[in-house]
Design a protein around this ligand. Sequence first.
Ligand SMILES: [Zn+2]
Length: 411
Amino acid sequence: MQVNKKAWPLLSICGLKQRIDTQPDYQRPAVWDSAQRQLLIDTILRGYDVPKLYWRKVASAPDKYEVVDGQQRIRTVWEVHAGEFGLSKSNDPIEGLDVRNLHYEELPEDLRLRFDTYNMDVVILSDTDEDEVREMFLRLQNGTTLKAQEKRNAMPGKMRDFVKKLAEHKIFANSGFSNSRYTFDLVAAQMVLVELAGGPANAKNADLNRMYKDNQEFDVAGEKAKKVRRVLEYLLSAFPSKTPELERFSLLSLYMLTSHMLDRYAFQGRQNDLAQWFIKFEILRRAEEKKPVDQMADPDLVIYHEKTSHSTDAKDSLEWRHQFLLRNFLESCPDLELKDDQRLFTHDQRMAIYRRDDGICRVRLKCDGAKCNWDSWEADHIKPWAKGGRTTVANGQVACLACNPAKSDAA
Ligand SMILES: [Zn+2]
């Protein structure tokens, strides 16, 4: 990749309008409201500094560009120059001149000249591929260095091996982001981290590094590992084919949502509900995000956008998004029931079941109705607990020690 920085006068940037694509597909438009746009004009007219723009050169002779970062700044400059947008009605005087409500054409000549000749630093990226630019864009957006995952992949230990294996799960290939710089491994590691934490937690590089270090002897056959694989399988059956809506941040959120739902709700077999809700939510979100912030219908979507644009891996952001999505999902599926939170049959219930069944195995997957000793049988949910079966005597039956695990595997 070649990187060249140059200072371009705004007038030249306006002249290039036809050659600049402000919406390449890795951009997530956050349309500025009037106050943000007016602040930028004021900043320029005072000659203050404005952050650099990043463009990717995508064609030569004539040169064409995509905006990697600075989309709203460029658009505002164009709008001002075209007279579509002016200073606010309460703008403070600039150099003693009253500029309230003025549009570009009405500006005092000195200020108009200052606008035209204001130099904006533009960083031009050339000879680069989309993955490289995408990574740069991510870094500009949230400061995350994805390279950190490469380093983690070199850390020995069972956690590293476990995460590497998870990253090969088909749900990642079905998602809308690429595996550039081991992004699949990064998201897989974040999933393990929130699972170990039991919910939203800081999932930044330092936290992930610590997890790798502290879990070098991670039990890849243990309960937590099984749960992670179970959630990924669930997500894969919800999204069995390519789903561009699954972005880096939303896949992690869906992981947390599914993990939570599987623990607490009768969530088996609800993959279609999950997928339909998510796609509908994404369509609405994307339509809303094209509007200026002050015209968005749902104020929560404004916050959601904010939380998915900056510090996306901080606990605050993950927690807020988790609660928001959970609430949104439960509203769309009002019939979802909490699991009977008592999963284990009580002693009294066990006695009643054993007596009623004469201690004979009623499951009969592995036996022909074995007679069980009081010390060697399990009370089994006829309608499985994970599918909403209650822990009641009516829903209980005797299972011999051979049939009980056979039934859990089949469920
Ligand atoms: Zn049996």
